[in-house]
Design a protein around this ligand. Structure first.
Ligand code: HEC
Length: 397
């Protein structure tokens, strides 16, 4: 059930996220491509486009049409649904079983503390962000952007000390996603409603509101690419699985923001064309620094465990895991395929093995997904042995 819930919610999250970001990119594109030469009276510009076999003619008003249309389309539900499905997913994947998925092995936090920290960080993130935007810094967007970047990387560093690599990355993404949807809900939508109301009542709209909305929607625009990376980062253990995962995230975010900046400015000038090769170079450098280094040392052998009267001894299980799994699932994998533990799953210590017993059961006993491609030639007897050990309580002594 959990897996199918996860699948369904993740699917919804992706679909609504595509709709949100797609609409956002499309309107930025419209704005940048508007033909502003000799517009008709009252218009800011217009644009012709062809898509799906039809030709479209769009007009943007300087402020508003003489009378409001009956049917004005708003774009907000895709943002709200992306956030809501994201929160459900956060609960399903990380908060449901915090000791396995959310916390780093040996984390100083208990499960509930980890969950409280995760949820609390979303709230604190929004209030700190909103406070900074409304402060005098709001008038200095470049400085504000720099400060926000440093604060987010500091959050990534903090998360990486107590959360698993995936948990840390996902929480940075969730903090940013919450800020983005907060901007839509608390700032951009109210500003649009005030604008529409003022026009309907023949008043001059307050110019401060759209200006505030503009700063926030510009932030949302720059946030999109880093957030999208974070959401797919689960597939790339050499990023979140590294000891310096927060620094790698910072590097990728800088590359992403640079590239976004080029696409935001290319219609006016090519002054930022250099950001594309620099962004690509940054990715190559990151690939290089996260790659395997010196030949890995042999995995440490834990002291022999006392044999237990009930079920197979941990000693036997331990040696099977070391033989069949640890080439990949170690802080320093000996497999040339991986420079970090895949999935963030490590079996270096008895505690780690014990903590992951349920996942080992799912991956290597109930199903035979692991070892990947049975590359280490695990036998059925060995799977049965591990299954018996887990069913006897997965004891390490
Ligand atoms: C050849 C390398 C390799 C070997 C050997 C290997 N694994 Fe994995 N394992 C992977 C990769 C890659 C993933 C990540 C899949 C993903 O992206 O979620 C993974 C993921 C996992 C996960 C996490 C899956 C999840 O999302 O819950 C578990 C648990 C696991 N492996 C257990 C084992 C066990 C137990 C063994 C030994 C019997 C083993 N693996 C051997 C490569 C390997």
């Amino acid at each position: 059930m959990l897996e199918w819930l996860n699948l369904s919610v993740r699917w919804v999250h992706m679909i609504t996220g595509v709709a949100w970001i797609g609409a956002s990119f499309y309107f930025v594109w419209l704005e940048n491509n508007l033909n502003r030469v000799n517009p008709k009276s009252g218009l800011a510009g217009d644009l012709w486009a062809i898509h799906g076999g039809g030709i479209y003619h769009l007009e943007k008003y300087k402020l508003a049409p003489p009378s409001m249309p009956d049917n004005l389309h708003w774009f907000k539900w895709e943002a709200y649904f992306t956030w809501m499905s994201g929160i459900v997913l956060l609960c399903l994947v990380f908060y449901w079983n915090p000791s396995v998925y959310l916390l780093a092995p040996g984390s100083s936090l208990s499960g509930p503390e980890g969950v409280a920290l995760g949820i609390g960080s979303l709230l604190v993130g929004w209030f700190v962000y909103s406070f900074l935007c409304d402060s005098a810094l709001g008038k200095r967007p470049a400085l504000l952007g720099g400060i926000l970047f440093v604060l987010l990387i500091a959050a990534a560093y903090g998360f990486s000390k107590v959360f698993s690599g995936r948990g840390a990355y996902l929480h940075v993404g969730a903090v940013i996603g919450t800020i983005m949807v907060g901007n839509v809900f608390r700032i951009i939508m109210p500003a649009q409603r005030a604008l529409v109301a003022a026009i309907a009542e023949n008043r001059t709209p307050d110019p401060a509101l759209p200006a505030k909305g503009l700063l926030r929607s510009r932030h949302n625009n720059y946030f999109t690419l880093p957030v999208l990376f974070i959401m797919i980062s689960n597939h790339f253990p050499s990023t979140y699985g590294s000891q310096y995962n927060w620094l790698i995230l910072a590097g990728i975010a800088v590359a992403a923001v640079l590239v976004r900046h080029y696409f935001n400015t290319r219609h006016d000038s090519n002054r930022f064309a250099w950001t594309l090769p620099v962004g690509a170079l940054a990715m190559i450098c990151l690939a290089y620094v996260t790659g395997p280094k010196a030949p890995p040392s042999a995995p440490e052998v834990a002291p022999a465990q006392a044999a237990s009267a009930q079920g197979p001894s941990f000693e036997k299980v331990h040696s099977v895991i070391q033989e069949r799994c640890s080439v990949c699932h170690s802080a320093k994998p000996t497999s040339p395929l991986f420079s970090a533990a895949p999935g963030g799953v490590m079996f270096d210590t008895p505690q780690q093995i014990q903590q992951q017993a349920a996942r080992i059961q799912a991956q290597a006993v109930t199903s035979q997904i692991m070892p990947l491609g049975n590359i280490t030639q695990m036998t059925q007897q060995e799977r049965d042995l591990i299954g018996a050990w887990i069913s006897q309580g997965a004891r390490t002594n």
